[in-house]
Design a protein. Structure first.
Length: 358
């Protein structure tokens, strides 16, 4: 218990750069100002999804930075597109979420695209699957997301030039089979992850929250942890940060303010989130909650009471589902490993044949 408490209050000190924070702020500012000037707040909402691409900018990747951004950007565009297509039938969203969860977890793990991992692919897919969109409008919606993705890649390139990063390698060798052979557990993890999010998507619908994606996203966010301790820690941090953020959001959203003022605050909060998320998850989630609610109320300022209730319920339910899924997965791994050791469930004749061959 003490170790869990220490992990919750621990404050990391990553080797971060101010330029990355400035570039992230520029990305979200350009997207929101574009929507404001064109009086089209759909650009604000969907362009912001594309800007999540920039959050995968990592100086530690050195010559893989641009490859990483392009890979994530393509995944975000495709995931959002598939999410929108799934709204054509009431039965499709959970199936599509499960498919995207399996594919994204598999690819992100095999190609070592971690921190923050595939969470944004799931987020944009879940957002795309929440509100039915006429088929003829899907290309336009995708263009708004592409706008945010392209902007992120451009700002990523500018940032790495300013920071003096080495020449970028864009070569790509899929070699999926050999990667899986080197990390066979990734297949099991991907299937289990897909099953958990498939179930979370159905729970989201059953709770009448199909207009929001927070149950699915929270479940996915919790399952990004690499160990059970990290997952439990993220669960408590996410709930604590959300509750604190909702309390301040009540005060913030009750103050009448113009769309331009909200955009300014969103940009500031976005940069603060970028600073605190790798340092302390609960503080990051605190500002994320305020930022998301402000962003969603730019075009509809009177819906904030409904948003507060939906976000709290979605975060709590999704986080609990994520922890339960993680705990069950670890139990299954333990039981299976004991079965293999104690009962020798593998084929002994096969192994003796291989020994003779060698």
């Amino acid at each position: 218990m003490q170790e869990l408490f220490r992990s919750i209050v621990h404050y990391n000190r990553p080797n971060d750069s101010k330029m990355r924070l400035i570039s992230a702020g520029i990305c979200i500012l350009v997207v929101n100002i574009t929507g404001y000037l064109l009086n089209n707040y759909t650009i604000n909402a969907l362009g912001s999804l594309g800007v999540f691409t920039f959050l995968h900018y990592s100086p530690a990747e050195k010559n893989r930075i641009m490859k990483r951004l392009v890979f994530v950007g393509i995944c975000i565009i495709i995931s959002h597109l598939l999410g929108m297509i799934s709204t054509l039938s009431i039965w499709l969203p959970p199936l599509m979420i499960g498919f995207i969860a399996f594919t994204s977890r598999l690819l992100f793990r095999l190609f070592k695209i971690d921190k923050p991992g595939d969470i944004f692919a799931i987020l944009v897919a879940a957002v795309g699957s929440t509100n039915p969109i006429p088929l003829k409008e899907i290309p336009t919606m995708s263009l708004y997301v592409i706008f945010g993705v392209v902007l992120s890649i451009i700002m990523g390139y500018i940032t790495l030039k300013v920071e003096g990063m080495p020449k970028q390698s864009l070569g790509f060798n899929p070699n999926i089979r050999s990667r899986i052979e080197n990390d066979p557990r990734v297949m099991v993890d991907s299937f289990y992850y897909a099953g958990a999010l498939f179930f979370a998507s159905y729970i989201n619908i059953a709770l009448g929250m199909d207009s929001y994606s927070w149950v699915v996203v929270s479940c996915s966010a919790i399952l990004q942890g690499n160990t059970l301790l990290q997952i439990l820690s993220r669960n408590f941090q996410r709930i604590i940060g959300t509750i604190g953020g909702l309390l301040t959001a009540v005060l913030l959203l009750s103050i009448p303010m113009s769309a331009l003022t909200k955009i300014t605050i969103v940009v500031i909060f976005y940069m603060i989130v970028e600073y605190y998320m790798p340092r302390n998850y609960s503080i990051g989630i605190f500002f994320v909650t305020n930022m998301v609610l402000l962003q969603m109320t730019i075009s509809a300022p009177h819906i904030w009471p409904e948003l507060l209730k939906a976000r709290l319920l979605g975060i709590v339910v999704g986080s609990v589902l994520g922890v339960l899924a993680a705990w069950l997965q670890y139990q299954f791994y333990h039981f299976y490993s004991q079965a293999v050791i104690n009962e020798r469930t593998y084929d002994e004749d096969l192994f003796s044949y291989e020994d003779e061959e060698n």
